[in-house]
Design a protein around this ligand. Structure first.
Ligand code: NI
Length: 166
């Protein structure tokens, strides 16, 4: 299918709770491939299945600049959180907006890979932030629900005090 359409704020899909992914088949592989392609084309660092209209607990994350760090997260669950970080966040479903969001600094996430194998990852910083953001999507939660404040247009382009803390 290739590039999929990203649904935007106001679409009811973004507010629904996604169901667990139970089948590890070609269709899931296709979805993961399309989601990665869609994310890279939109220059995002993460994308959750409900953002492409699929209410399944599936997400992709890649915080690297050269697209070398793809994480395919099926049925992800954050099982441990440590510390906190406060910084800027955006979302492909809310273009041209950013907010300041406080997230755990370090997390442990349990998930399945595309074959259904159980996986566990400990990560921190920006990747931890991105994973928390995507897992929220699977429960119909958006960063605007949990943000400390919304950034102005000038702040989106420029520097904010919170950038120094990261
Ligand atoms: Ni998002």
């Amino acid at each position: 299918m290739g590039i999929r359409k990203i649904v935007k704020l106001g679409d009811e899909t973004l507010r629904r709770i996604s169901r667990p992914q139970e089948k590890f088949d070609r269709r899931l592989e296709g979805l993961l491939k399309d989601m990665a392609e869609t994310m890279y084309k939109a220059e995002g660092v993460g994308l959750a299945a409900p953002q492409v209209g699929i209410l399944r607990r599936v997400a992709v994350v890649d915080v690297t600049e050269d697209h070398s760090g793809i994480l395919e997260l099926v049925n992800p669950e954050i099982i441990d959180r440590e510390g906190s970080q406060t910084g800027r966040e955006g979302c492909l479903s809310l273009p041209a907006r950013q907010g300041v969001v406080t997230r755990p600094m370090k997390i442990r996430v349990r998930y399945q890979d595309r074959k259904g194998h159980p996986m566990e990852l400990e990560t921190e910083g920006f990747e931890a932030r991105a994973i928390c953001h995507e897992v929220d999507h699977l429960d119909g939660r958006l960063y605007i629900d949990v943000m400390d404040r919304e950034l102005t247009k000038e702040e989106i382009e420029g520097h904010i005090p919170e950038d120094d803390a990261e």
